[in-house]
Ligand binder design. Structure first.
Ligand code: CO
Length: 208
């Protein structure tokens, strides 16, 4: 895809939107009121809005390598803060995907330079769940399970932030852990019991 193609696609898209509603972009410019914060992977195959059927204005989106929520990452922390405190989103989704290159790299011992500290967070997920993961002998199954457990742990990281804890107790914000299966195109809800997790980690992570 060339840059020229992109601009030509954009012109066609504007035309298409205005044909249906001549005030479409004018209305978009008035503001956003998304109910969902979506945190996903940067992978080019996992197109957040398209796979959810979401329209412009409906989802606040943050993407990085392997859908990580690191407390030292000012970008994801700012996104969560803004979405929860100012946009008052009702849901926070962490969406991982099978065949994630970031997760795969964390299962390997290759030195990847600047990527090492980022992927180290995934190795930590592996360590936390070592008993379960080491018992899986099929490599592809282990890889898929680490993708799922990484989503779960990033959801826990979302729940460790003060603003989400506050919203959880007041407005009842909900956190969701999902996985996109590239092979089937299907979105899978991991049905993580976050109430139980919040109870379990409260002693250590609670912030009033
Ligand atoms: Co990925």
């Amino acid at each position: 895809m060339t840059a020229d193609q992109i601009f030509s696609n954009n012109r066609a898209w504007v035309k298409e939107k205005l044909a249906v509603d001549e005030h479409y972009f004018e209305n978009l410019s008035k503001g956003q009121n998304p109910e969902i914060l979506y945190i996903g992977c940067s992978d080019s195959r996992v197109t957040a809005e398209e796979l959810m059927g979401a329209k412009p204005g409906e989802t606040f989106i943050h993407r990085n390598i392997a859908n990580m929520v690191s407390n030292l990452d000012l970008s994801s922390m700012s996104v969560i803060n803004y979405a929860v405190v100012y946009l008052n989103v009702k849901h926070i989704v962490v969406c991982g995907h099978y065949y994630c290159g970031g997760v795969k790299a964390a299962m390997d011992s290759t030195d990847l330079g600047i990527l090492n500290p980022w992927l180290r967070n995934i190795r930590d997920v592996y360590r936390i769940h070592k008993t379960e993961l080491s018992a899986i002998t099929n490599e592809e199954e282990k890889y898929k399970r680490l993708v799922e457990l990484n989503v779960q742990e990033q959801c826990v990281n979302v729940l460790k932030t003060a603003e989400v804890q506050h919203a959880y107790r007041t407005t009842g914000i909900t956190v969701h852990g999902w996985v996109f299966d590239i092979k089937s195109g299907k979105l899978i809800d991991l049905n993580v019991d976050f109430h139980a997790i919040v109870e379990r980690i409260a002693e250590i992570y609670r912030i009033d």
